[in-house]
Ligand binder design. Sequence first.
Ligand code: HEM
Length: 141
Amino acid sequence: MLSKYEKELLVTIWEKMSLKAEDIGSDALFRMFTVFPKTKTYFAHIDISPRSPHLLSHGKKIILAIARGARNIDSLTTTLAPLSALHAYHLRIHPTNFKLLSHCLLVTLATEMSDEFTPAAHAATDKFLSAFSAVLAEKYR
Ligand code: HEM
């Protein structure tokens, strides 16, 4: 459960991250590929070297999708339905991978936000990314 304060905090955080979505998203993806190399198998068709055009554009898409989720936090299931179907039926991403990317997003945010990454921001982001991931993975149930 996210409080009203946490929901507002999340909108603020992700709006800010949207301004540099390419950097934030590609950093998180690159962390995931480095720390959890098996995740690279899903991206065999694109160039995932650091700051490649494809990595930057994909990173941007991810951050904008998360920011959209933050703005629609009370209707995540409907907001994310097309993305959930894409990841489950078309891309066939195993659900455990969502936790891995969420973790890397948290690390990227912590380095990016520095002192603004307060315990409250950390906790709210962690809860939100868990909820987001649960929706992306729910088509598997
Ligand atoms: C595509 C978001 C997790 C693999 C996408 C797209 C978005 C997105 C917005 C583009 C959809 C489109 O073009 O219509 C997210 C978010 C995630 C997440 C917000 C979690 C917070 C993952 C994970 C993996 C993954 C964990 C695999 C380890 C892919 C792949 C594509 C894709 C392979 C297609 C890339 C391409 O061919 O350009 N994702 N995703 N995603 N996602 Fe995710």
